[in-house]
Design a protein around this ligand. Sequence first.
Ligand code: SF4
Length: 423
Amino acid sequence: MADSEPLPGWAPQPFRQFVFKVQSRCNLDCDYCYVYHLADQSWRRQPKHMAPDTVRAAARRIAEHAARHELDRVKITIHGGEPLLGGRAYLETFLSVMRANAPGVALDFSMQTNGVLLDDEMAAFLVDESVIVGISLDGDREANDLHRRFRDGRSSYDLVEDAIRRMTRPENRESFGGVLCTVQLAADPLRVWHSLLDLGTPALDFLLPHGTWSSPPPGLRPGDGRTPYADWLIPIFDEWFDAADRPASVRIFEDILNLLLGGVDSYESFGLAPVCLVVVETDGGYEQVDSMKAAYEGAAATGMSVFTESLDDLLGTPGIVARQVGLSGLHETCRECALVETCGGGLYSHRYLEGSGFVNPSVFCADLYALISHIERRTTDQLTARGLTLAQVRQSGPSAGGEGLADGRGTSGNGAARTLGGA
Ligand code: SF4
């Protein structure tokens, strides 16, 4: 497909999720970070904090967009850099300016933080402000220390562990969105899984490390037939799937199950639903999905800004169109793939190859195929034992799989993240 041409019959989908890069710097120096250690180094030109005038202009753009598309609520993710670097005073100003300038639309705030500065006072403040908090941690101390360290090499583990335990306390738990764990092939998967469960987190997600065909992720040599990331995730899936009581919601598994069972909505990593997310950089620039910074310098940039263009102006730009056209935006290998409705070609940024852009299968193609196939097999076996077929459930929708289905927390957008399995 030509990267930039809207297709007949296709209409732009309004943005419903906004990632605000409120701080452009970080107090950790994780060596796999796409912001500071991969191809795009544009953070160096960004102001350190998003100024109140920028927040105001962005909130007004969101209000205008929501009114035009009759959206009664949108999601706002407070992100960085490290979003807690500005402290409570900064966040108070951010939240009040946002709310004051988008009065006609409900703003559902969440935050992704490294947890280092999340003390009792900050936790209480975020709970009071109804901000759902996600914390990044890559497993036990040994796994986390592989990459998530301070600039002087110190471990961040103890501070982050404290933050997670703090958020699991009864008074904070409702505002805890869970733990985000980047897969480290060098770490033992079940040890990582149990160490995260031991912290009491109600939800978690496993993230594939960022990389492209031109700059493959750690341990991956695309085309060599190995599937190290699927091999790492499958033992965790099996233990989770077979548990009599789900110990935690796991977004990556619930998203895949939901799509296999006929759901359509998902997070941007899977499926064919249009991506309705935009990033607002610290200087007010609109950017596409942040992980595209793993591809090349300027990959995520749009050249547009909250000060000069509306969100509707942004909707028609080639990069946004390419992420909203579903099947027709994919490489022919993906279009002909038996698993495309679930996989969706993987995360957009993982498809990049220098010289051919983003119209390629994911660099994780073999791993995604192996993981989804495994989950499909396990699901089919469970349904067969209940006298059902996957086709029947897909026809009736994800909730038609019989008893034993359970809602996940904080997962797929349509609320149909259902989990088969259990002893
Ligand atoms: S498994 Fe591979 S070929 Fe199939 S949709 Fe995903 S990336 Fe494309």
